[in-house]
Design a protein around this ligand. Structure first.
Ligand SMILES: Cc1cc2nc3c(=O)[nH]c(=O)nc-3n(C[C@H](O)[C@H](O)[C@H](O)COP(=O)(O)OP(=O)(O)OC[C@H]3O[C@@H](n4cnc5c(N)ncnc54)[C@H](O)[C@@H]3O)c2cc1C
Length: 383
């Protein structure tokens, strides 16, 4: 039976109070013990981090006020993964959208088959993950890994097609964390494909047990399939399907620009005030959102937060935004998303103050081709 997602309480309210409650609930010890399990003590901070509502140093500082957090703690290490992916995005730009190494097999389909789109593959773990993604906009890390591995290695769909689809439905959809994680699963980031099987699912998500399906194989066989041009196909029979939620470009906005000359320019990845003494204008660039469309839930998250901050929200095409900001004294937070990135570069040339996203770990000048290279380079600079 299908439930109407709009009737459930919002698991990610875009408010300071909700973020504070999440931070307070974190138990780094329980996180380290249980994070691999679907019902483990994960933080669910990702929508707040992706949208710049908070940042990694602020999370670490909040945790340290309550816990004796060390560099070796699993949670710190996972937060470092976020910064690693942002590091690669900042250094490679749109290069993150192409394979960084060759994939294990020769041919992959350019599009996701309908049975995956509709959560009707017949593999319970995969269909449940698709339903949860559509219903909540959130997936546990393990569920993301399983879904991506199934799509790429068992169904032979290009990681890029899978990544574009998944990122569109995530409330925390982050082009660096998402697309580079898909590359990690596909084997095009590290050279090694990520494989999983039914035993793995039974251990960490018994409610999604999938015995007797395409994932119920040994790792040697899965590895052979991953390297061959074989699509194992959906399970035989017909399976209940779910509708994919609609996606939208930048919504219409009716707010006016403030009259003040000195303003803070915000955007969907900087949902925190950096210069609260200035009036805030939040920019939505339709050019970006034509390529990367979001579900209504995600727009509600972004706009709800901007409302909480009292920012005027304007949707301007690139050229209009540049013209409207001419002669203003602008402060803005950096961003690596296309069109926004170019707009901010133009504003910088005109003298705008561009604030970096606060980082816990350094951003090495040269791209680190592995997480361990990054970690070895940056960890020393922390304490
Ligand atoms: C295929 C795939 C797609 C992904 N897409 C995204 C995405 O679009 N946006 C996104 O923020 N994360 C993405 N991740 C990384 C990770 O799954 C999510 O950050 C995490 O599940 C979010 O839930 P949480 O906040 O409860 O995480 P927790 O486990 O509580 O971790 C706390 C924070 O650390 C960071 N973090 C933890 N694990 C990772 C990781 N493996 N890689 C990068 N950062 C991590 C996140 O910022 C997260 O919010 C993806 C992973 C995979 C395998």
């Amino acid at each position: 039976m299908r439930t109407d997602p709009s009737s459930r309480p919002d698991p990610f309210p875009p408010t300071e109070a909700a973020l504070a409650a999440r931070l307070e609930a974190i138990d780094p010890r329980a996180y380290a013990r249980t994070r691999n399990a679907l019902d483990g003590a994960v933080t669910r901070l990702s929508p707040y981090l992706t949208h710049g509502f908070t940042d990694v140093p602020a999370v670490v500082a909040a945790l340290r006020r309550r816990h004796a957090l060390r560099l070796e703690d699993k949670l710190v290490y996972e937060l470092a993964w976020r910064e690693y992916f942002q590091h690669l995005w900042s250094r490679l730009g749109d290069g993150i959208f192409a394979s960084l190494r060759p994939p294990p097999a020769a041919h992959y389909a350019a599009e996701l088959p309908q049975d995956i789109h509709r959560g009707a593959t017949g593999v319970p773990a995969i269909d449940a993950a698709v339903r949860e993604l559509y219903a909540t906009g959130y997936l546990h890390n393990h569920a993301r890994m399983w879904l991506a591995s199934y799509v790429v290695h068992l169904r032979k769909v290009s990681w890029r097609a899978g990544a574009d689809w998944m990122v569109a439905h995530l409330l925390d959809g982050d082009l660096a964390s998402n697309h580079l994680s898909w590359q990690w699963v596909a084997g095009t980031l590290t050279g090694k494909p990520y494989l999983f099987n039914a035993n793995n699912v039974a251990r960490y998500a018994p409610q999604w047990a999938s015995p007797g399906t395409a994932i119920d194989r040994g790792y040697d066989e899965l590895d052979r399939i991953a390297r061959a041009d074989v699509d194992v196909g959906a399970e035989p029979g017909t399976h209940a399907a779910v509708d994919e939620p609609p996606l939208f470009g930048a919504p219409d906005c009716e707010t006016e620009m403030p009259a003040a000359t000195a303003i803070e320019v915000m955007h969907p990845w900087s949902l925190a005030r950096r210069q609260p003494q200035r009036p805030a204008v939040a920019l939505l660039l339709p050019e970006f959102h034509r390529s990367w469309r979001w579900p209504a839930r995600r727009w509600a998250f972004v706009r709800g937060r901007l409302q909480e901050l009292g920012a005027a929200v304007v949707r301007w095409p690139f050229a209009e935004a540049l013209a409207a900001l001419r002669g203003r004294d602008v402060t803005v937070t950096e961003c690596f998303a296309a069109h926004y990135r170019e707009l901010i570069a133009s504003l910088r040339q005109r003298g705008a103050t561009v604030l970096p996203v606060p980082r816990q770990f350094a951003n090495p000048a040269q791209p680190c081709r592995s997480f361990s290279q990054f970690w070895n380079r940056v960890r020393g600079g922390v304490e």
